[in-house]
Design a protein around this ligand. Structure first.
Ligand code: SF4
Length: 106
């Protein structure tokens, strides 16, 4: 959303003297409205000091993969090694061998 905010600022910033930008995600089928407001100063600081260096690393094929909820939107989620390793790590909890034996067979 902050990337969209930067795009809106790029397009309309010359027309208006924005002090802050409010981002809204409206998901009527989930009955959800998410809002986030940020000052122009903080948005530009994020763009310069977080977005740019991170994008530069990605362009160079460096940086770190971050597995999370966002992966469901990713085009390479089915072939992503980091995600596969993460899912395997989670699966180990499901199939962990208990420390004590039980009387019953399952
Ligand atoms: S699936 Fe892999 S490449 Fe895609 S967002 Fe997740 S960690 Fe990043």
């Amino acid at each position: 959303m902050m990337l969209y905010a930067l795009g809106a600022l790029d397009m309309f910033g010359i027309l208006y003297d924005f002090k802050e930008i409010r981002m809204v995600i409206f998901q009527p089928r989930m009955e959800n409205i998410s809002k986030y407001t940020i000052s122009i100063e903080k948005l530009l600081d994020w763009a310069e000091n977080t977005l740019k260096p991170t994008a530069q690393l990605a362009t160079e094929g460096k940086g770190e993969f971050q597995v999370g909820e966002h992966c469901r939107f990713c085009k390479v989620k089915s072939t992503c090694r980091k995600r596969a390793e993460y899912n395997l790590m989670l699966a180990q909890y499901d199939f962990a061998i208990p420390a004590e034996l039980e009387d019953t067979l399952s």
